[in-house]
Design a protein around this ligand. Sequence first.
Ligand code: MG
Length: 388
Amino acid sequence: MDKMVNIAILGSTGSIGRSCLEVIEKLSHRFRVLGLAAGRNTGLLEKQVERFKPEIVSVERKEEAEALKEKFKGSSLRVTYSQEGAEEVAGLNENDTVVSAITGISGLRPTLAALKAGKKIALANKESMVVAGPLIQKKVREFGSQIIPVDSEHSGVFQCLAKEKLENVRKVILTASGGPFFRSSSQEMMNITPEEALNHPRWKMGRKVTIDSATLMNKGLELIEARWLFGLEPGKLGMLIHPQSIVHSLVEMNDGSVLAQLSPTDMKIPIQYALTYPERENALLPSLDLTQVRSLEFFEPDMDKFPLLKLARLALEEGASLPVALNAANEVAVASFLKKEISFVEIAEVVSEAVESHKKREISDLDDIFSVDRETRLMTQNIIKKRT
Ligand code: MG
């Protein structure tokens, strides 16, 4: 039998983290949880510790760390906290694989810590690729680490490209479900509540990515993510609306063949693939029944109704600091929408205003990224303040 694979999960109480633990539980003959990093949901983290018995956990703040230490007094569990804590979990010596599933730019430093430790990374934190793609690729080469995408579309592309030469790829198309408002009129979109936006028709996901799916920003971020994950020129990247969410991506080759990856709409599939790659394991999920799905539809996105997609396309082509500013403005605007400070359509308005005011500059290191991030967050908060 192969040796047990040790896994650390960054963002263990989030949607991807929880699905990941479900996969690990079913494949417990292969995988062992060594470390967990979470935010403030210590109630769930406690249950995960009891069930999976990791050696180390990290939480966001000292208070929660103290409470956990008290709770597991007498056990060998190490409890740490803050960004450094998550980085420690990511870089653990005995770790083989790190699942990077913290949402937003907060996932960047822990992802880099895992890269520098030469780990295999199952990457779900798309924002880190968006803001630091070139830097991450450099670190991958430098430290001999490996990134396997968890995002369903990128997992699909990764699988389609497995035996192909990149130079033979003509086009890569990511599909988007279109979110809950794909068929809504611009008028109907004026009064969308967070509850409606959080009600995604196909995927069960975390709050931030669900809102990003409703604005189609998620697809924009994924195009930028794909550029760096696969080393593809922006001109080779495209997207289509595919409401059934069965075909996750399409890869057109230079000889006219189009490869596609299909599966039932369940994140456990790409998560499991990222963990078992390059092997596969049986999954206890029902097979895809295309006679039940019956029709697979594809549409061009309406760029006027979903302006963030257009903006992301610009950031994809322009590069430099633009994706960083776009991501920061979007994180702030989405959080503000969820707090009901701004309306759904204002997310795009606020982000557009922030990105237009941003002065594009080159990015050479992590400090540059965080300085653009900070600056754009402040700017976006001011734009929101002026509106409310
Ligand atoms: Mg996705």
